[in-house]
Design a protein around this ligand. Structure first.
Ligand code: SF4
Length: 314
């Protein structure tokens, strides 16, 4: 499905003009239709060329073509018509375009409105107290990454809200799209420590979210929207094949698993990170659950322990 902000327009151009100016046919008034009428001969550019050719009813140098433009942009920029389903605007990939997210969900804070496209969300209960609801269409790997496969086979990969809550903030993201036999990886840097996160399934990656290089905070502020990591293509048989990779969780199964992960994290904080004679406020929030941005308050060894336990593939 193409982006609702992508508009098709017919434009006219003059191939004699030194400047290629595109004029939408819809904006040309009846009175100014000189180029498509016999009146074109009064045009100073055409008059020399067509002197004596009175049979012509319109200028042969008048060209009409189909172009597209993004109605979400503040200035209109026409681009040649492109029916390539792999392009972002012409495919389901538009759901992760920054402009689309801003216009489709106006007024929502970053991360507050996942691009769920009206689909049911999973969440509620204990999850609602700690992490935002999750778009139900997502599948989750057990190292807290998500996969979103659109009907046209476009797919996106990102991190889940559990990981975003635990890390709090990353300082940089370095992409390794073809690492480990087509399993895409990203190296996240937190307080000087590099942590490698690898998606467990093989994918044909076609793009990375390079915006995260200049805005790494988006990864954890908007994990289900602008904080996506990789874009790719999955064939139908790959998506359903048992050999495609490790089990992915969705729906109620995913919700129960995330709740169990929250319990496991609280156990980890209480059993591995207890610090005698020190206040544990930075580690434990109300109700005994692990505090948000836990990773920011750990030393390097503790951070590696945490990452190995929850976010690495086994
Ligand atoms: S740039 Fe973004 S908002 Fe504009 S048409 Fe393309 S996908 Fe849609």
């Amino acid at each position: 499905m193409k982006c609702p902000f992508l508009k098709d327009t017919v434009v006219r151009t003059c191939d004699l003009s030194p400047v290629r100016k595109m004029i939408p046919t819809s904006s040309i008034s009846e009175e100014s239709q000189r180029c498509s009428t016999p009146e074109f001969k009064s045009c100073p550019v055409a008059e020399d060329q067509f002197e004596g050719q009175s049979a012509l009813s319109s200028c042969p140098h008048l060209c009409e073509s189909m172009v597209q433009h993004c109605a979400a942009q503040s200035t209109t920029q026409f681009i040649p018509y492109n029916n390539d389903l792999l392009s972002r605007c012409n495919s389901d990939a538009h759901r992760y375009c920054t402009l689309y997210l801003q216009r489709a969900y106006p007024g929502s804070d970053s991360g507050a409105q996942p691009p769920n496209g009206g689909h049911q969300e999973i969440g509620g209960g204990r999850m609602a107290e700690t992490i935002p609801a999750t778009p139900a269409r997502l599948q989750f790997s057990r190292n807290h990454m998500w996969l979103d496969i659109a009907p046209d086979g476009t797919c996106h990969v990102g991190v889940d809200a559990f990981l975003a809550r635990v890390l709090g903030q990353v300082d940089s993201a370095t992409f390794l799209p073809d690492a480990e036999e087509r399993r895409p990886s990203v190296i996240l840097n937190i307080n000087g420590t590099d942590l490698r996160l690898t998606f467990p399934r093989r994918l044909n990656i076609t793009g990375c979210n390079y915006r995260l290089r200049s805005h790494p905070e988006t990864l954890t502020e908007d994990p289900y929207g602008n904080g996506w990591l990789f874009e790719g293509q999955v064939s139908k048989c790959e998506a359903n094949s048992e050999g495609a990779g490790e089990e992915m969780l969705s729906g109620d199964k995913a919700r129960r698993w995330i709740e169990d992960e929250m319990d496991r994290l609280s156990d980890f904080v209480h059993s591995r990170l207890s610090r005698p004679n020190q206040t544990d406020e930075v580690l434990v929030a109300d109700g005994g659950v692990a505090a948000p941005q836990l990773a920011q308050n750990l030393d390097r060894d503790e951070l590696l322990q945490l990452f190995n336990l929850f976010f690495t593939l086994r």
